[in-house]
Write a protein that binds this ligand. Structure first.
Ligand code: SF4
Length: 335
């Protein structure tokens, strides 16, 4: 998308201070978001950093741990995902973990400093019997004093209500990309299906964790479209994970060209400006990021990370490496 840098700069200069000093807006236009992306890099980071400081302590990082409670065998065809049955990625389908095994992992995560314990299951949507088991896990993890989050695929309103009753704090369901590019990535459910699940989760009073993935071959227009959709939800997601594609052998996106890390940082910065009060999570893809890129992401307003050696089925930096990085940067886990 060609945007004249001078006019983009003028318009963003108008936009950013307003965003920094006022309540979150839900009427971001694609032109405004495009203008932010087109800012000189240092201007964009400065503006995002300003917005970050207006809303959070910039030295604090929220720490979550993610556990795959049911791995592989998913009937959906998300082109980035090694857990889809459609692709030969070497991931074997497993059964739902037992309650005891999940609670043991949750205790270990808490001891290692996690504040939130996220549980992911590779389902199109949960069956009622499975939901009984997940509700017991939510209750058990909550009783340990951890915040709870699950990602189980599509939910009905009644299922969202059951999870809320069990004490669920967050539900993760990503939009992944723009409405226009979505069909290139997933064909087994629609963008509207995703929005409907997000609506059911919000209606049940559960916090929403929703973001997307960059580096899937999408253009700048799609990154703009994704952020515009997230930022125009009636309530911004409380948590916005921005993932860098992990190119897994066997998936259709395995050979995708690597995304320029500065484009990734720009996406974080624009998400921060457009959703000023949301926690922006530096999510998948950190394993391949330099310390410098991660530091730029924090400067751009990222203030959450997944902690632990694995993200569902893909590698994540070791805990010690993360703590050393936070130490080096003079940052600390959010209380
Ligand atoms: S991203 Fe989720 S829904 Fe899509 S294939 Fe993977 S496990 Fe299934």
């Amino acid at each position: 998308m060609a945007i004249a840098r001078e006019s983009a700069f003028d318009s963003a200069r108008e936009t950013v201070p307003r965003a920094a000093l006022s309540a979150p807006r839900h009427d971001w236009t694609r032109a405004e978001i495009g203008a932010l992306f087109a800012l000189p890099f240092t201007e964009l980071l400065f503006s995002a950093s300003l917005v970050h400081r207006e809303n959070f302590d910039p030295a604090e990082v929220q720490i979550s741990t993610l556990l795959s409670i049911k791995t592989g065998g998913c009937p959906e065809d998300c082109a980035y995902c090694p857990q889809s049955v459609k692709y030969d990625t070497g991931v074997t389908a497993e059964k739902l973990m037992s309650l005891e095994a999940v609670l043991a992992e949750a205790r270990a995560a808490k001891a290692a400093g996690a504040q939130r314990f996220c549980m992911g299951a590779a389902w199109r949507s949960p069956k009622e019997r499975d939901l009984d088991s997940v509700c017991a896990m939510v209750e058990g993890v909550k009783a340990l004093g951890l915040e709870t989050c699950v990602t189980l695929g599509m939910l009905t309103g009644a299922q969202a209500q059951r999870l809320k009753t069990a004490g669920l704090d967050y539900y993760n369901h990503n939009l992944d990309t723009s409405p226009e590019y979505y069909g290139e990535i997933i064909t087994t459910r629609t963008y509207q299906d995703r929005l409907d699940t997000l609506g059911a989760v919000r209606q049940a009073g559960i916090h929403v964790c929703c973001g997307g993935i960059v580096g899937m071959g999408e253009g700048l227009t799609d990154r703009i479209g994704m952020i515009a959709t997230l930022a125009s939800l009636p309530v911004h997601p409380e948590s916005v994970p921005i993932n860098m594609l992990v190119r897994v052998e066997g998936t259709p996106l395995a050979q995708e060209k690597a995304l320029d890390s500065l484009d990734f940082v720009r996406t974080i910065a624009v998400a921060r400006i457009c959703m000023p009060a949301s926690v922006v999570r530096l999510s998948a893809g950190r394993e391949d990021m330099s310390e410098e890129t991660q530091a730029l992401c924090f400067l751009a307003g990222a203030n959450s990370i997944f902690y632990g050696p694995k993200l569902l089925t893909t590698p994540n930096p070791e805990r010690d490496r993360d703590m050393r990085l936070l130490d080096k940067l003079g940052m600390r886990p959010m209380e």
